[in-house]
Design a protein around this ligand. Structure first.
Ligand SMILES: *[C@@H]1O[C@H](CO)[C@@H](O)[C@H](O)[C@H]1NC(C)=O
Ligand SMILES: *[C@@H]1O[C@H](CO)[C@@H](O)[C@H](O)[C@H]1NC(C)=O
Length: 258
């Protein structure tokens, strides 16, 4: 597969989607066409139907559909803390949206806050891919960067070690008090097809890019094809404190990179 090199820089100011309903980004690999192959296109439709019906309860699926040259592989995963209902809703949206956004591509990926969906005619299951990522960050800076970075660093280290314990299925989350009034919340997750060593590497690469995109920011998210890292100064993972939902609104900047 071609090395994906995207130099697009999107700067979009927008309001954070409170219900997780809008996609955070997509990747339609232009090198891979389906338009001349209706069989692959049909197989993708079958694959998506299977993903939508089978994955919400375990919150994860890696599967394939079809035979020979027209076989397609798919993976879907919800964030480990979201409910089966939210997972199901997210994957239904994702399956619809990905076909609209990438009608002619056989390598397609779509990111939501609650779920991630991907398919390809090459078997990518279990293979680490950090060639493409989306970073979102809050434009506001923290007031005490030194203390903040120290505490965020140890929190992220702690939840990264949770994520690579097999019983946690790739998920790590936690919080750390910055002061009696301020708490930082963080969550990391790998796709469940990854070996522990690849999960650790994906998270290391994502966190390694924090100085470039998240430096001293009040909140930041890294979305890779194999892992997710996010921190905020408000609770964003379930169980949520509903009294805090108003603080979910803020200016964020979208960046697509490498
Ligand atoms: C945050 O800090 C960066 C780097 O010092 C600066 O360029 C940016 O304007 C700051 N953002 C705000 C909202 O003050
Ligand atoms: C938000 O949650 C924190 C603890 O998680 C709490 O201390 C704070 O009072 C809450 N803010 C509001 C506006 O309710």
């Amino acid at each position: 597969m071609a090395l994906l090199l995207y130099t697009t820089l999107l700067l979009i100011l927008f309001r954070y989607p409170c219900n997780g309903a809008d996609p955070l980004g997509d990747l339609c690999n232009k090198d891979t066409k389906t338009s001349d192959n209706t069989k692959i296109s049909n197989n993708i439709d079958h694959l998506l139907a299977e993903i939508v019906s089978r994955s919400p309860s375990p919150g994860y699926i890696a599967t394939s559909y079809g035979d020979g040259q027209d076989k397609v592989y798919g993976l879907a995963q919800c964030r480990g803390d979201v409910s089966t209902n939210d997972c199901s809703g997210c994957l239904q949206d994702a399956a619809k949206e990905i076909r609209q956004r990438c009608p002619d591509q056989v390598d397609a990926r779509i990111w939501y806050d609650y779920c991630f969906l991907r398919y390809n005619d090459e078997n990518f299951i279990g293979k680490l891919d950090t060639s493409y990522a989306i970073f979102y960050f809050n434009v506001e800076n923290v007031t005490d960067p030194e203390d903040f970075n120290k505490k965020l660093g140890s929190l992220i280290d702690e939840i990264r070690s949770q994520a690579v314990m097999p019983k946690n299925k790739g998920l790590g989350k936690g919080e750390s008090n910055l002061s009696p009034f301020l708490t930082v919340y963080a969550l990391v997750q790998c796709t469940r097809d990854l070996a522990v060593i690849d999960c650790a590497q994906c998270l290391a690469i994502a966190v390694g890019n924090f100085p470039n995109f998240c430096n001293n920011k009040k909140g930041c998210r890294a979305l890779y094809s194999n892992c997710y890292v996010r921190y905020e100064l408000y609770p964003f993972f379930f169980p949520l404190d509903s009294s805090n939902s108003s603080s979910l609104i803020g200016n964020l900047v979208v960046k697509v990179y490498p």
